[in-house]
Design a protein around this ligand. Structure first.
Ligand SMILES: C[S@@+](CC[C@H](N)C(=O)[O-])C[C@H]1O[C@@H](n2cnc3c(N)ncnc32)[C@H](O)[C@@H]1O
Length: 252
């Protein structure tokens, strides 16, 4: 039976993501928060994984930072890294379709909410995306911003159509196979993992929402759209964008 997504993978997630420039991503988000946020102090990151973004973004703004993720194993890695850095980041387990101020043990509301690198794409049902947007709205104080990114069909088509890769470090190795079906826009990734001598299979399924689908779901949500940017730029997203960064606001 396949393992839960992000259980076995957590041990080698940072290896699998070694190509991602988290410094650039943190700098980009920091700039957006300065531009769109007002008096951002408390930041909540949803789907924050092993904390690679959090440990870079938190010091830029000296934020009061809450990092949450649905996976016990990913959050355990995040906690280790936060402890090693002695970083003022609080880690809380939470499913972002069911997250609230109470589940995050927040006193008051958030000045900003962040969700990046495919978290939204893991929600296969539109009802779950709607629940996510409602929860983000509820976490934010009136006037505060959220930055949520999505991967697009163009990204899946260009980069993930039947590619295979592999890697190894210390007690962890993996082989990853990707398959994207443009008809269903389901993107399946199967990780064949060996960790501490044990062999595990993890199957991840994501939905490549189009920008128009997300815009329409946002239109039905209580959040207002401030901008939709192409990847790590401030150029407007278009149909060729691989990644869209949505800047959203809870209306006053
Ligand atoms: C591709 S990883 C990205 C992690 C992190 N944002 C990063 O950039 O490294 C996606 C993360 O979303 C989390 N995730 C997926 N669905 C979730 C849900 N419904 N609630 C909370 N976390 C979820 C996974 O556990 C995983 O850590």
């Amino acid at each position: 039976m396949p393992a839960e997504p992000y259980s076995a993978l957590a041990a080698g997630y940072d290896l699998v993501m070694a190509h991602v420039d988290y410094d650039a991503w943190a700098a980009y988000l920091f700039d957006l928060l300065r531009r769109y946020g007002n008096d951002v102090d408390r930041v909540v990151e949803l789907g924050g994984g092993t904390g690679s973004l959090a440990r870079r973004l938190q010091p830029l703004g000296e934020y009061e930072y809450v990092l949450s993720d649905g996976s016990t194993a990913m959050l355990a890695r995040a906690r280790e890294k936060v402890r090693r850095d002695d970083a003022p980041i609080r880690c809380v387990q939470a499913n972002f379709t069911d997250v609230s101020r109470a589940t995050l043990d927040l006193e008051g509301s958030a000045d900003a909410v962040i969700l990046v690198y495919d978290g939204l794409n893991y929600l296969l049902d539109e009802a779950d995306v709607q629940a996510l947007f409602r929860n983000v709205h509820q976490l934010l104080r009136p006037g505060a911003v959220a930055i949520i990114d999505q991967s697009t069909p163009a990204n899946s088509q260009a980069h993930h159509d039947e590619f295979v890769d592999e890697g190894a470090a210390e007690q962890f190795s993996y082989v990853r196979e990707n398959h994207y079906d443009p008809e269903t826009r389901r993107h399946e990734t199967v990780f064949d993992i060996t960790v501490d001598g044990e062999h595990r299979i993890e199957r991840h399924v994501q939905r490549a929402y189009s920008r128009h689908e997300v815009r329409s779901l946002l239109g039905a949500s209580p959040l207002a759209i401030e901008a939709a940017y192409d990847s790590l730029t401030t150029d407007p997203a278009d149909d060729d964008s691989y990644r869209v960064h949505w800047v959203l606001r809870r209306p006053q």
